[in-house]
Ligand binder design. Structure first.
Ligand SMILES: Nc1ncnc2c1ncn2[C@@H]1O[C@H](COP(=O)(O)OP(=O)(O)OP(=O)(O)O)[C@@H](O)[C@H]1O
Length: 256
């Protein structure tokens, strides 16, 4: 049976007595696209931050490829292959798409030891540029390489963020609300992008737009009040009475 690439065992994270993540055990498998949903303040982002290493749990463990990474820093996890995007777009507006890509690779990429060579040797610079152009090509946006990020729409910047994360050659890609603030047209475009890269590595997506999330994921889980209350097949999860109750009180949620 396949082993999970990333998992947690009983992780707990509290802030001054408020238990934001309460004893969550979770598994992500190679090539699988998994969704995480839950009401506002449920603990989704805090859980993501435990996976990426931004927070350390007070209890429990985070395991990646069979290795305990609970106390590992975020940048070390990136080098191991765990990349993420953020709820709010974070790219450098004064730089071009390609420059943003190259900076991400040098700043966070696996080729840390070659940082100095990047600055002083043109050969390595050209190699890096070529690799970044290839990563843009995977998303079909290589023609935007020379565009300044300040001239891009919000949707295009979201796409660039995914490209930045892809340039780190992840084994696990964590997408934090990829549709937040996007128009329906942009959501459709980003969905296409995610569908294009799906299956090559594990993807975990936090998203409030449930119907859009359902179209993308192989498996779904729901966090409510810090607890993972349901996980498994997306259709079954969405029809689960406890999930309906956490969104709609006692009322049944409309099933797809
Ligand atoms: N740094 C922090 N300090 C104190 N409390 C925090 C902190 N971060 C999160 N919390 C609290 O922990 C709980 C879970 O927050 P979290 O942001 O993880 O929820 P969420 O499910 O991601 O919500 P949303 O969907 O609104 O982004 C909330 O009650 C929140 O106020």
């Amino acid at each position: 049976m396949a082993q999970p690439i990333l998992s947690t065992a009983g992780v707990i994270k509290s802030f001054d007595g408020l238990v934001a993540v309460n004893d969550i055990t979770y598994e992500v498998f190679p090539g699988q696209t998994s969704g995480i949903m839950g009401p506002n303040g449920a603990g989704k982002s805090t859980f993501f931050n435990l996976l990426t290493g931004y927070y350390r749990p007070q209890k429990g463990r985070v395991i990646y490829q069979g290795r305990d990474i609970t106390h590992m820093h975020s940048h070390e996890r990136v080098i191991l292959g765990i990349a993420r995007t953020f709820q709010l777009v974070s790219v450098f507006d004064s730089m071009t798409v390609l420059e943003n890509m190259m900076l991400a690779r040098v700043r966070y990429g696996r080729d840390y030891s070659s940082k100095l060579r990047f600055f002083f040797k043109n050969v390595h610079h050209r190699e890096l540029e070529e690799e970044c152009l290839q990563a843009l090509d995977v998303l079909g946006i290589a023609e935007k390489a020379k565009i300044k990020t300040s001239d891009m729409s919000y949707g295009e910047k979201r796409e660039l963020e995914i490209a930045l994360a892809l340039s780190l050659q992840p084994q696990v890609l964590l997408l934090d609300e990829p549709f937040a603030g996007l128009s329906l047209v942009d959501i459709a475009h980003i969905s296409k992008v995610i569908n294009r890269i799906k299956g090559q590595f594990a993807i975990v997506i936090i998203e409030h737009k449930i119907s859009k999330l359902m179209d993308l994921v192989d498996t779904l889980c729901v966090i409510n009040e810090g607890r993972l209350i349901c996980q498994g097949d997306p259709q079954q999860v969405i029809c689960d009475p406890e999930v309906s109750a956490c969104y709609w009180g006692k009322e049944e949620m409309k099933c797809y």
